[in-house]
Design a protein around this ligand. Structure first.
Ligand SMILES: Cc1ncc(COP(=O)(O)O)c(C=O)c1O
Length: 404
């Protein structure tokens, strides 16, 4: 018998809340030997042995010469901007998490919001060209949902303008691009180990690159600007953004599991694709040539008229199945009250691809440490919602606004 949808009075698909991106964690027993060791040393911060080991392993993973861990990527982006030097305007996508532009603002620089490539949802090189001014001091692409930004063209624009590319690579751990890890392809990049990210340690991040002196300067800034060789001397404007030992211990286990976690994510993404392909009005994002994405998120593009259901109604229907989905970055930064209040400039000519992505994109749950049959059930349920579109729309639009 076919399922009666939750939004039409049936039972929910799951008896528990099916979250969007909970962390895929190692068995706790795996952590205990290192935790015991850290406790017996009584060394919990200030570049302890596990932070140093984590940094070495990250340098191998990203194939870069320098890594400075931080307690979150937002502070990492701020410090990377300071280490990269010049001040002025930083071109960032409007289709991103607020941290990308907020980091710019916190350093006293000015974000300029640019548009995205509609196919990969990443900063458009053409839009960057239009946004360049004499005051531009850096370009900050974001590898959205784990898909590579247009690094060839963005690098060409940056090089011809003499500007650094500071990549928000927070979504990109595990993505391969042109046969090498994607994080580390800018002049200085920042990855995140937040609880929603693949290499999850709760809160954390790293500034990475091949310019050793820039990354070393970033490390000093993450420790109040103290000179690493002359105790007590402050050479640079800093703050406290150090990673602690205990999250670094989780990170070491996560690196050991990364390959396996990426494999399982790939299988989950394939399961969604297999079940959902061919549904009218439903499109998958294809990474650009040479990019093997990490499947950090699973975004869908919905053409509401063809699919019969808008992303908003689909998210609402899934919620009534206990399934969490999300239209990330909506509203986009150029429509956010705080950014409007601060008169944050945007590329002239409008940000139409950004606005389109906000209206049409929805991310589905990724819980690759759970049975793949659950991804299949979610996909089946989406097809059922499509099948019952007119009743679902009636149920949604018949509701008072505060229930939507
Ligand atoms: C695109 C983007 N940039 C920056 C960040 C900030 O990362 P963190 O939470 O590690 O500070 C996030 C966090 O989700 C993000 O999605």
């Amino acid at each position: 018998m076919k399922k009666i949808l939750g939004c039409l009075g049936g039972e929910t698909l799951f008896p528990f809340r099916y979250e969007l991106a909970p962390p895929d964690l190692p068995p706790v027993e795996e952590l205990t030997p290192r935790l015991r060791d850290a406790f017996s040393r009584r060394w919990l911060s200030n570049f302890g042995p596990y932070v140093c080991e984590f940094e070495e392993k990250l340098a191998e993973l990203f194939q870069v010469s320098a890594v400075a861990t931080v307690c979150n990527a937002t502070l990492g982006l701020m410090i990377a901007l300071e280490a990269a030097g010049s001040r002025g305007e930083v071109i960032v996508p409007s289709y991103t998490f607020p941290a990308t532009a907020q980091a710019v603002l916190w350093t006293g620089r000015r974000p300029v919001l640019a548009d995205i490539d509609p196919e990969q949802l990443t900063l458009s090189a053409d839009s960057v060209r239009q946004a360049l001014t004499k005051d531009t001091c850096a370009i900050m692409p974001m590898h959205c949902f784990g898909m590579a930004a247009d690094m060839e063209n963005l690098t060409a624009v940056a090089e011809s303008a003499g500007l650094p590319l500071i990549c928000d690579a927070t979504h990109a751990v595990g993505t391969v691009y042109q046969d090498r890890p994607l994080p580390g392809s800018g002049n200085i990049d920042v990855v995140s180990f937040h609880a929603t990210k693949i290499l999850s340690i709760g809160e954390g991040g790293a500034i990475i690159g091949n310019d050793k002196s820039m990354v070393e300067e970033a490390r000093a800034r993450s420790n109040y600007g103290f000179d690493s060789k002359h105790r007590g001397k402050i050479n640079a404007f800093g703050l406290n953004a150090k990673l602690a030992e205990l999250p670094a211990i989780i990170g070491l286990s996560q690196i050991e599991r990364l390959k396996e976690m990426l494999e399982k994510r790939k299988e989950w993404a394939q399961a969604y694709r297999k079940r959902l392909s061919g549904a009218p009005g439903l499109k998958f994002f294809m990474p650009r040539k040479g990019c093997e994405p990490n499947n950090q998120f699973f975004p869908l593009e919905l053409a509401s008229e063809e699919f019969g259901i808008s992303p908003e109604v689909l998210a609402w229907s899934l919620e009534r199945e206990n399934v969490v989905s999300r239209s990330y970055f909506c509203p986009p930064l150029h429509q956010q009250p705080s950014f409007l209040e601060q008169n944050i400039p945007q590329q002239s000519g409008g940000l139409s691809a950004t606005e389109h992505a906000c209206k049409t994109t929805l991310c589905l749950p990724m819980q690759p440490d759970r049975p793949i049959a659950e991804a299949e059930r979610i996909a089946e349920c989406i097809l059922r919602i499509h099948e019952k579109a007119s009743e679902v729309n009636e149920a949604y639009y018949g509701l008072p606004n505060d229930n939507t």
